[in-house]
Design a protein around this ligand. Structure first.
Ligand code: HEC
Length: 384
């Protein structure tokens, strides 16, 4: 405060004030302009050409098409290499921390992708390519069991969304969004007959749920209802990191753990293994829990293959084990991408909100300075 007084009590405070305000104004303008430039970045990648019929041909490895049209993995997907096998580091640690929160939830430290999450932090933005790949994973794999009823297809074309295109401020006009919507079937009232019929979705429709109701969903999934994924990243402690870990956490159950049919052991599931642990010391129970969802991801899933037909993507040099942008379709990559996509889906306004904050904070700062200077000026000749 004394410094401010010294600086401002010189002979020409008004001039100084103008100079300070001008500098701050320029700075604020710069920051705001930078912030506004962000949404104008068009999707770097051509829209992922999602195959119209996600079901693979007969004989395709490791998937079955159920009578109701859902595609389910037959064998557990190969376990991702980087997953630390639980219990290995667990024995001593378990007795030290028995009963603490991490333990009670059965989890251990979640995995973080190399380089962290791009959307973290005050200025973080969603990785557009990752979101587009994640959408493809959701569509090809997860959507056969999980709906996303709080999200509409047009949201895919909003500012900060996976398929935003500045040429189409109204996402309902975005041809990519229209095409992607039309690849999902929704049950709607037929305007002519009044009957409920299945028809291709339009951008205004919400993502459909694959089952008519919770009972039908439970019957098809051994009694467990696959939760709606619209806000799953907000609904789970750990958010995108939890999802990323869960999808890679299907490790072989450690010795001493009884797994009943229909259960799948997952080292990161927020569950409890105590009742099925027959090891000597109850404090050594493995982390994680059991869930009804079988490992959904498969390494180099045929349904995610990029379209290599007729040399359209570079012919012989096109590797089918990659996404459309060339990223390999490993389990780790799929888990990362679908987690980013679902993080966006849980909070589609993240970027708009961060940009507004970037503009508002410098403005408030400027306002505070102006207010302080006015106060100095008004009280200049008053004894106080
Ligand atoms: C074959 C059907 C099926 C597929 C495919 C499937 N899930 Fe699931 N999922 C389930 C079921 C059933 C549950 C409920 C498990 C339970 O509560 O025991 C579930 C639960 C979940 C949960 C909640 C876990 C928790 O903490 O409660 C998440 C998250 C999830 N699935 C994500 C995904 C993602 C992401 C995909 C796509 C990569 C996917 N699922 C694919 C059937 C499926």
């Amino acid at each position: 405060m004394r410094f401010a007084k010294l600086a401002l009590s010189k002979t020409a405070p008004a001039k100084q004030a103008v100079a300070i305000v001008a500098i701050l104004g320029i700075a604020a303008f710069g920051v705001t302009a930078f912030a506004q430039q962000q949404p104008a970045t068009p999707p770097v990648e051509q829209p992922a050409p999602v195959p119209a019929t996600p079901a693979p041909e007969a004989g395709a490895p490791a998937t079955t098409v159920a009578p109701d049209g859902t595609v389910a993995p037959v064998e557990p997907a190969p376990v991702a290499a980087p997953v630390p096998v639980p219990v290995a580091d667990h024995g001593a640690a378990a007795s030290d921390h028995a009963g603490d929160e991490e333990h009670a939830s059965g989890g251990h430290h979640e995995l973080t992708p190399k380089g962290g999450w791009k959307h973290d932090g005050a200025f973080g933005t969603f990785d557009v390519n990752a979101m587009q790949r994640g959408f493809k994973v959701y569509k090809a794999v997860c959507s056969s069991c999980h709906g996303m009823k709080l999200l509409s297809f047009r949201n895919l074309g909003d500012v900060g969304a996976p398929f935003y295109d500045p040429r189409y401020p109204n996402p309902n006009d975005n041809p990519v969004v229209k095409k992607l919507a039309s690849e999902f079937m929704v049950t709607k009232e037929d305007p002519d007959s009044g009957a409920m019929v299945a028809m291709p979705a339009i951008p205004a429709d919400a993502f459909p749920s694959p089952y008519a109701n919770a009972t039908a969903a439970a019957v098809a999934n051994g009694g467990a209802v696959p939760p709606d994924l619209s806000v799953i990243v907000k609904a789970r402690n750990g958010g995108a990191g939890y999802l990323y870990s869960l999808l890679q956490g299907y490790v072989p159950p450690p010795q001493g753990l009884v797994v009943t049919p229909g259960q799948n052991y997952n080292a990161y599931f927020h569950g409890d293994t105590a009742s099925q642990w027959i090891g000597k010391d109850p404090r050594n129970k493995p982390p994680g829990g059991f869930l009804a969802m079988a490992p959904p991801l498969q390494e180099f899933d045929i349904r995610l293959q990029r379209d290599c037909v007729e040399g359209a993507q570079g012919g012989a040099s096109c590797d089918p084990n990659t996404f459309d942008d060339g990223k390999p379709t490993t389990i780790e990559q799929q888990a990362h991408d679908v987690a980013v996509f679902l993080a966006w889906a849980s909070d589609p306004r993240t970027e708009a909100r961060k940009q507004l904050g970037t503009a508002v904070i410098p403005f408030l700062f400027l306002l505070a300075i102006l207010t302080f200077l006015s106060y100095r000026r008004i009280w200049r000749n008053v004894e106080h």
